[in-house]
Design a protein around this ligand. Structure first.
Ligand SMILES: *Cc1c(COP(=O)(O)O)cnc(C)c1O
Length: 355
């Protein structure tokens, strides 16, 4: 049975958190002279003079039934990037404990570790972009606290085999963090359903992709109540702003609007795959369970530069191991995808005429 105390840094376990004015008095009515706010209001049209709920209780209560969890199993962060950073800081003593990642993958795990002076163990995915489970098990060290699995994976776009993640959940002594930033685009059940079965599981999701709220900077972590209490204890007290909380509540009233955008994106994705495969420039389009495509070209750098010169910006991943020759292309609107395709055709014509 996994014991959270075995992965927490001892000073985090015993830490007394900051007690905010909103913690010490939780009533809603009254004359508030406790937080040194501006009693007159704000200079903006809307009033923002009061500190927001440090625990985002209304959001958690609304989100819990949508995700099938208890409110106490939810952490809301300033982007899922905040949750990643807090997980590293809660568990890894700099220079001593390590995290394990599976490249090519999302860059923030490594950056968070580097900021905190935490060593990173890298076990590359297989050429099919799946986990080399025996290699992971062999690479884990006694001080490895966190294992990050991104599924669907960024930048490769594919889901990671469920059974491999389960094997790691069963065999790894630290926390397994399943980053599901793109789960809404995948035809797959979330690992959230397994939270009560695996107390070493953390699931990350975000409002930045399917929900269309990247500018709000809000992400979610789902885990045991015990771990969520730790994250809440070490986060900056008012990490989610008042306007963001209001907008998140509004978003959560419109799950169907989110689902409609996902459906449209998926239709455009399938169309884009077909159209890309018809281009002679394209060597390969990797299967995608996300809202982007990893596409292999003969001359990725020249295509990337040409697209930039035509103000179409994609992500250059050709120098990333296992992604040689690849650009990562987000699925746009129908019109944006058409423009991308016509620019790729125009590039092809320039090179063939030039040859
Ligand atoms: C985009 C993305 C996120 C989201 O990060 P936020 O900080 O919530 O915007 C998290 N993980 C992966 C793999 C991503 O691609």
């Amino acid at each position: 049975m996994f014991q959270l105390d075995t992965v927490l840094r001892s000073h985090i376990r015993s830490l007394t958190p900051y007690s905010s004015a909103r913690d010490e008095y939780t009533g809603k009515e009254g004359i508030f002279l406790d937080a040194n706010e501006n009693a007159y209001g704000s200079v903006t049209t809307e009033a923002y003079n009061r500190y927001p709920d440090p625990h985002q209780q209304a959001i958690k209560e609304r989100l819990a039934p949508i995700k099938g969890v208890r409110p106490g199993q939810i952490f809301i962060g300033n982007g899922s990037d905040e949750a990643i950073d807090l997980l590293v800081r809660a568990t890894c003593t700099p220079g001593q404990d390590s995290i394990l990642i599976l490249p090519p993958t999302y860059g923030m795990y490594e950056v968070s570790a580097a900021i905190n002076d935490v060593p990173v163990i890298r076990v590359p995915l297989t050429p099919a972009f799946q986990i080399d489970v025996p290699a992971v098990q062999a690479a884990v060290q006694p001080h490895t606290k966190l294992l990050f699995v991104c599924s669907p994976n960024n930048p490769t776009g594919n889901l990671i085999h469920r059974n491999d993640i389960l094997t790691l959940l069963d065999s790894f002594d630290g926390l397994v963090i399943v980053d599901e930033a793109y789960i809404d685009f995948a035809d797959s059940q979330s690992f959230i359903a397994l939270l009560d079965q695996y107390s070493n599981l953390v699931v990350l999701q975000t409002f930045s992709k399917a929900w269309g709220l990247a500018a709000l900077r809000s992400g979610m972590a789902f885990a045991s109540e015990e771990l969520i209490r730790i994250l809440d204890k070490i986060k900056p007290p008012y990490n989610i702003s008042g306007p963001t909380q209001q907008l998140l509540l509004q978003a959560l009233e419109n799950v169907s609007g989110k689902n409609e955008m996902v459906d449209r994106t998926l239709a455009r994705r399938e169309e884009l795959i077909g159209n890309l495969l018809n281009l002679p420039l394209v060597r390969h389009v990797y299967p995608s369970d996300a809202n982007f495509l990893l596409v292999k070209f003969d001359d990725p750098r020249a295509i990337f530069d040409y697209l930039i010169s035509r103000q179409i910006i994609v992500r250059d991943r050709h120098r990333v191991r296992l992604c040689e020759g690849c650009l990562r292309i987000t699925v746009g609107t129908g019109q944006e995808n058409e423009q991308l395709l016509s620019m790729l055709k125009a590039f092809y014509e320039t090179v063939t005429i030039g040859a």
